[in-house]
Design a protein around this ligand. Structure first.
Ligand code: AMP
Ligand code: TRP
Length: 345
């Protein structure tokens, strides 16, 4: 085992984040998560650990063959977007059993009331909570385990995960308090940039999501150039020209969304984008956005398609990543078991 477990409040700067292999990747995943994962990898200030959270995916039923395919496709997506297995640890959650083992301990730390307040639980369980899986209810405890099994200090995510990260902090604080230790870090969420909440192209009040029944609402990472252009052309807008300052986007959710997407893709701030395009009509701005989206996304989808032909290569990368992840996770789980009072830990 390479890492000495720390029991003080100084932790190695380490980034962890995860994406569910429960369908294709969207532009929301790319701008809100993956692109930022690559930036953090390249910054070199933190160790970076990225995970395909297959155990989270099965909190709602998944066809096993589709799940296997989606996990490999997500891995191809990570690599095509710029995650380098030589620089980051890349693996699937179920291959590192310490996640589920720590999640059990956290199930005993977290309170029912905390879980009941989670808006994602309320949204996903719908009216019939009695029929939702126990796993869907406990989902945030597993997420806390994903993060804390690496003593991760920073977690880049989209806006929708903020509440889950607050719960992760609560779990760390309560565990440390209940056992009188300073063992788990109180993790910092990293929710930054122009595109932490990419909205549906059809409805500026709804998040762009892989589970939206309307395919026109999202850009998929596997969409071809014509499809991307068509979806942007049809995206809902308002009749006004674009403003020259971000203040002018207030109460214009669809306009704001397209500008945010442009900013996210081009690596500019919203104000920089508006300084260029202020005064333009959507008939002029939309083709600019399409061109930029195709230029940024086409190389990624081409590389994903190529990698999907190399399944053995993907499986080798995942196995190697799981081995590296276990080296970090195993001593932290062992120490947790000791703290809690498990004999033989
Ligand atoms: P999921 O696909 O739900 O596993 O989400 C994986 C990551 O992508 C998380 O960090 C989410 O916050 C982020 N994400 C998903 N949808 C969006 C969106 N529409 N805008 C920004 N980030 C998103
Ligand atoms: N819950 C996250 C989502 O749906 C995925 C996730 C699972 C995650 N474990 C995580 C994200 C740990 C960050 C850190 O998007």
């Amino acid at each position: 085992m390479t890492e000495a477990v720390q029991t003080s409040s100084t932790f190695t700067p380490r980034v962890f984040s995860g994406i569910q292999p429960s369908g294709g990747l969207t532009l929301g995943n790319y701008l809100g998560a993956m692109k930022r994962f690559v930036d953090m990898q390249e910054a070199g200030t933190h160790e970076t650990v990225y995970c395909m959270v297959d155990l989270h995916a099965i909190t709602v039923w998944q066809d096993p063959d589709k799940l296997r395919r989606a996990t490999r496709e997500l891995c191809a997506g990570f690599i095509a977007a710029g995650i380098d297995p030589a620089k980051s640890i890349l693996f699937n959650q179920s291959a590192v059993p310490e996640h589920a083992q720590l999640a059990w301990i956290f199930n005993c730390v977290a309170r029912m009331g905390w879980m009941q307040r989670m808006t994602q639980w309320k949204d996903k369980a719908g009216k019939n909570t009695q029929n939702a899986s126990l796993g869907l209810f406990a989902y945030p405890a597993l997420m806390a385990a994903d993060i804390l099994i690496y003593h991760a200090t920073h977690v880049p995510v989209g806006e929708d995960q903020k509440q889950h990260l607050e719960l992760t902090r609560d779990v760390a604080i309560k565990f440390n308090h209940d056992y009188g230790v300073d063992f788990f870090p109180v993790t910092e969420p990293v929710i930054e940039g122009a595109a932490t909440r990419v909205m549906s192209l059809r409805d500026g009040s709804k998040k762009m999501s892989k589970s939206d029944p309307s395919d026109a609402s999202r850009i998929n990472m596997t969409d071809d150039a014509d499809t991307i252009a068509k979806k942007i052309r049809k995206a809902k807008t308002d009749p006004e020209a674009l403003p020259s300052e971000s203040k002018g986007l207030e109460d214009r959710p669809e306009a704001r969304n397209l500008v945010n997407i442009y900013a996210g893709l081009s690596g500019q701030t919203v104000d920089q984008v508006l300084a260029d395009v202020g005064g333009k009509q959507f008939s002029e701005f939309k083709p600019m956005l399409s061109e930029l989206a195709v230029a940024k996304l086409a190389p990624i989808s081409t590389e994903m398609a190529r990698l999907m032909q190399e399944q053995d290569e993907i499986d080798k990368i995942l196995a190697q990543g799981a081995g590296q992840a276990r080296e970090l996770a195993a001593p932290i789980l062992k120490k947790t078991y000791e703290i809690v009072g498990m004999v033989g830990a």
